[in-house]
Design a protein around this ligand. Sequence first.
Ligand code: LLP
Length: 409
Amino acid sequence: MFNQDTISRFQNIETPFYYYNMEVLGQTLAACHAASSKYGFHVHYAMKANFNPKVLEMIQSFDFGADCVSGGEVMAAIEHGFGKEKVVFAGVGKSDKEINAALDVDIFCFNVESVQELVIINDLAKAKNKTAGVAIRINPNVDAHTHHYITTGLDENKFGINTWQLGDVAETLRGCKNLQFLGIHFHIGSQITDLEVYRSLCIRINEMQDWFEDRGFKVKVLNAGGGLGVDYYNPDTNTIANFEGYFKVFKDFLNVKPGQEVHFELGRALVAQCASLISRVLYVKNGQKKNFLVLDAGMTELMRPMLYQAYHEVENISRQWAVGSGQLSSPGVGRSESSEDKPTHPSPLTTHYDVVGPICESTDCFRKDVPLPESFRGDLIAVRTAGAYGEVMASGYNLRTKAESVYSE
Ligand code: LLP
């Protein structure tokens, strides 16, 4: 829901653009901070979800660490003030250049995804006469019950080290004098809304830490990764993810020993709700079978619906402020946000549209059969809950210009 002033402001901005509500971001970060600190848990922000500089700045101000997946992210984390002792680096394909760069800035920990990678990090650290902190990313074979494209913790996934290889890991660690074993790392997938899944993960983490401790390895860090999902269906009412419930599962089921630290890597849950993609209707195509709203934004700006069949609310914000029974108002005509300004939705003029983008691909469709007020060329359309894996996954396909970012005032 956007107030009238915000919609008026949008009228003068070239579309498409990402709109960041910094107040929502601040509230989300505060909620996560409060819920995690209650148990002394450490949260690293998964930068891949959104590395917009202003977003990073605000996240860093809440004292979160950074979870990075490339040399570029490691550098951006340091540049944006994340303490090097709070930077972790995961990824199945870390290049030598990236490992060297991370060694140079003395990051806290490499989350290592293969036995071969352990040896490479050891060699590179030795060449620099340094010791690299490492955690072993274990593939726990726990089903996250999410879309298969964003599931990462099953035996068939490329991520992490399978449990049958742990003997090899232990032996390699013993021979690698330039590595300091810090602990174990897991990440089973993204957009997880069933908290039961995390209970199963806790059981696996408990087993795995015992495995290492039984073999003489002190496990200092238990890193449970990220994945907490958000409510894409209610962008206004459920703007804060269930941080309380999420951390409580770990409090209740993780076997945390004295001196151990529990780490998390949340991305989506921190940033998804704070942004919307704002675009304009270019054309309304009324066909015999379908009505299409052709927007000036498409899969080049937000790829999630096309790549994962992800659901995002789509709203015609030029026509959301209706007065009385279905009378539609124009945006920005001097009305303030008051209790009378309740949207009456759906309006009697509701039409079903396939909301599509301008890109030359049939999959370039945000949603099919969306009930919307009758819409016209120039109307502003908001695709909600686009703060995570939105702007950062934009592409230049069709030689598109990158959408600008606009922030709440
Ligand atoms: N840690 C690791 C090792 C990860 O690979 C990820 C995400 C996270 C943490 C953060 O997960 P989150 O809390 O954001 O769920 N592009 C997809 C999501 C890909 C997630 C990749 N890894 C999407 O738009 O749904």
